[in-house]
Design a protein around this ligand. Structure first.
Ligand code: ZN
Ligand code: ZN
Length: 367
């Protein structure tokens, strides 16, 4: 897969957009508040618009188009494309080319928004430069006619969904086109852009690394709250084709919840997930790497890690065996079925015990 190469030419359209939209947003919002006072209606419109446009980036541009972490109905694909346009972050083809390269080349010179070039470069300044878009886009996306059309007429789609639509909704519900345009369009665009950009800057700088210590991606609750769940970026970089960014029920990942809702409505199929054992293994390796860096990784820890890994491998094998044979055993021999089920349960307990031993020891050593 080829992707645009960075060159040194400045992208003045982007530069002016990024400078002028916050100024215009602040100015017109202040004028509107001064003239007409606070409006709960416009506030709600801005929140609804912010949610729709941001979710189209997180669930659509990111988890669906970039990572293909689930299948989506063509109607949902269209909604992602249309509302994603209004987030003013480029076409699906451009966004995904850059994003796939970010994952593939993370933290290197070829990473389009490498954090090693600075916080503000990763957040915004990388878009101040022109990309060479003469090289092919990812073939799996380029074959979708809708995406080629969006790329070709991107400005039309972006203005229609990002500015005209909120203005129209303001006129329809509040008899206020200008208010809808300022609150749901202009101000919302600035918030949508910078909240998304925090994933590339903040979540590559501040946070924890429970699953992978080999790159700069971090899990950040603050970014997760501002980005509908995208802040669990350490998990995401390690398990990029998983449709979830957060795996625990109490973690804030509304994008995952929305995908699940769409799934219950039949608009989403075949979601990809990593098993909880694969996830635990990643945690084990990250913990071991941290212990090694601290100089406390000794023979005892190595043996404990090995024990947990062996138990995990055994459990994985037994689970795949169980999936293959359970129907056959259930039909033929109830005895065999019960024994196999019990053995699987024992293997699961053995793995959990080995893993917990490791965790307890690690806590005792490192606190
Ligand atoms: Zn990243
Ligand atoms: Zn990603």
């Amino acid at each position: 897969m080829a992707a645009p190469e960075m060159n040194n030419k400045l992208n003045w359209v982007n530069i002016l957009f990024f400078i002028l939209t916050p100024i215009a947003g602040a100015l017109f919002l202040t004028l509107d508040l001064y003239k007409n006072g606070w409006s709960w209606g416009l506030f709600v419109l801005a929140i609804v618009m912010f949610s729709i446009f941001n979710l189209s980036i997180t669930a659509g541009y990111h988890r669906y188009f970039s990572h293909r972490s689930y299948e989506a109905h063509p109607f949902l694909e269209f909604l992602y494309m249309f509302f994603g346009s209004g987030a003013f972050q480029g076409s699906v083809l451009e966004w995904c080319t850059d994003h796939r390269k970010h994952h593939l080349k993370v933290d290197t010179n070829e990473d389009p928004y490498s954090i090693n070039k600075g916080f503000w470069y990763a957040h915004l300044f990388w878009m101040f430069y022109k990309h060479n878009d003469q090289v092919p886009f990812p073939p799996d996306l380029f074959k979708k006619k809708m995406l080629v059309l969006q790329h070709k007429y991107y400005v039309f789609f972006a203005v229609a969904s990002g500015f005209i639509l909120p203005g129209f909704l303001g006129w329809l519900f509040l008899n206020n086109f200008w208010g809808g345009l300022v609150w749901g369009g202009l101000v919302r665009v600035v918030l949508t852009q910078h909240s998304t950009f925090l994933v590339n800057s903040f979540a590559h700088t501040f946070g924890t690394q429970p699953y992978n210590t080999g790159n700069t991606a971090k899990d950040s609750l603050i970014v997760a709250i501002l980005t509908f769940g995208e802040g669990y970026h350490n998990f995401h970089h390690h398990f990029q084709s998983d449709y979830r960014c957060a795996i625990k029920w109490y973690q804030w990942d509304p994008t995952k919840w929305m995908i699940n809702l769409m799934r219950s409505m039949g608009l989403v199929g075949k979601v990809k997930t990593f098993s909880k054992y694969e996830i635990l293994m990643a945690k084990l390796n990250a913990d071991a790497h941290r212990a090694t860096l601290r100089g406390s990784y000794d023979d005892k820890m190595a043996a404990m890690k090995q024990k947990a890994e062996d138990a995990q491998k055994r459990l994985k094998l037994m689970m795949s065996d169980w999936e293959k044979k359970k129907a056959e055993f259930k039909a033929q021999s109830h005895e065999k079925y019960k024994v196999m089920k019990a053995e699987l349960e024992i293997a699961r307990l053995e793995f959990n015990a080995a893993y917990n031993q490791w965790r307890i020891y690690l806590k005792a050593v490192h606190g």
